[in-house]
Design a binder for this molecule. Structure first.
Ligand code: AKB
Length: 340
């Protein structure tokens, strides 16, 4: 597959590092960008690494000269950090995405062939008005409760629409030839659990932080209440979902955005699983009002029937398999220096 070239933004982030590994194992050529330098073990797997902000016109000038067939646009400021600086979040999350859609669109036109544009969205696009509504809502479908209360959720929801605009309406308005268009596909991810990396700036981060602290023998103060319940997914499933959607035949992709999920758990249940893996884990609960308020608007469960039906999605990692197998095997090794 050497002729298949992927552009991946945010390559040093949580999803980025695992996705680079998965793509390079498939023999895909990767052009990686990130505002930070990539860890050497990640950079080694890429054909080209460009350091710079996704909002920087100079980066886009370089990207416009490149050839690529698929984009995974992972660069973003996550929810808690976004709430502390909403203007910066808008700049990176919205203007950065708009620029990249424009760049990809120009490259698609020049190449005379479509580019598949994968956008990781989030459960943050949902906004449940209060805890009672959250508990009553059940499995939330793609078109329900789209009233995000955070800037990050609003950014993600708007970028889903921007992608749709570039993929469909812009093409029609501009009478674009069929060959030079963007095939935009978005996934709404729940909180992610990786054995290799800890995210920064997210609100679902209490789960991975708890685990990684326990693996290092460090005490952890959880910033949400024990009864806080949201959906989660193990990182290998998140990568599988992205690749499945990227590779799904166009005829089977019936919508531009899909929910994907694996299991829902309370913070107390995550703490109990963590203590099973690391019996000496020291976990206390000290809710932070800002971060608690964010997570209280996110659904307890999401409905991913559309992804199951349209492109055969199913999670391979249940809650039990995530903790007993994926995390149990990999997270201790990570801190013994066995992994790069
Ligand atoms: C965050 O907490 O901001 C992310 C997300 C759920 O999108 N992990």
């Amino acid at each position: 597959m050497a002729s298949h070239i992927v552009l991946l933004t945010g390559a040093s982030g949580e999803i980025g590092q695992s996705l680079v590994e998965a793509l390079s194992e498939r023999g895909v050529a990767i052009i990686a960008t990130d505002i930070r330098p990539l860890p050497p073990s990640v950079a080694r797997r890429c054909t080209e690494v460009l350091q710079g902000s996704i909002t920087d016109p100079a980066l886009h000038e370089v990207l416009e000269q490149r050839r690529f067939h698929q984009v995974f646009h992972l660069a973003a400021i996550l929810s808690s950090q976004a709430e502390r600086n909403p203007e910066e979040a808008h700049h990176v999350n919205v203007e950065g995405t708009l620029r990249l859609l424009q760049t990809a669109h120009r490259v698609a036109k020049r190449q005379g062939e479509p580019i598949t544009f994968l956008f990781p969205s989030s459960i943050a696009v949902y906004g449940l008005p209060n805890l009672e509504a959250k508990r009553r809502a059940g499995r939330v479908r793609e078109e329900e409760y789209l009233t995000p209360m955070t800037i990050y959720g609003a950014n993600k929801l708007y970028c889903e629409l921007l992608g749709l605009y570039y993929a469909r309406f812009y093409r029609r308005l501009a009478s674009e030839p069929e060959a030079g268009w963007l095939d935009f596909r978005a996934l709404r991810f729940p909180g992610l659990l990786s054995a290799l990396t800890v995210p920064t700036g997210g609100t679902s981060d209490y789960a991975p932080e708890m685990l990684h602290a326990a693996a290092q023998g460090k005490p952890y103060r959880c910033f949400v209440r024990p009864d806080t319940r949201i959906p989660f997914m193990a990182m290998p499933d998140a990568i599988r979902a992205l690749l499945l959607l990227a590779e799904a035949p166009q005829a089977s992709v019936q919508r531009h955005v899909y929910n994907v999920t694996s299991f829902s758990a309370t913070a107390e249940e995550i703490a109990a699983e963590t203590r099973q893996l690391f019996p000496s884990a020291q976990i206390t609960f000290e809710p932070d009002p800002l971060r608690q308020a964010i997570v209280d608007t996110w659904p307890e469960e999401i409905d991913d029937t559309a992804a199951q039906h349209d492109w055969g999605w199913f999670p391979e990692y249940s809650r039990e398999r995530t903790f007993r197998e994926y995390l149990a095997l990999n997270i201790s090794r990570r801190y013994q220096g066995a992994l790069p």
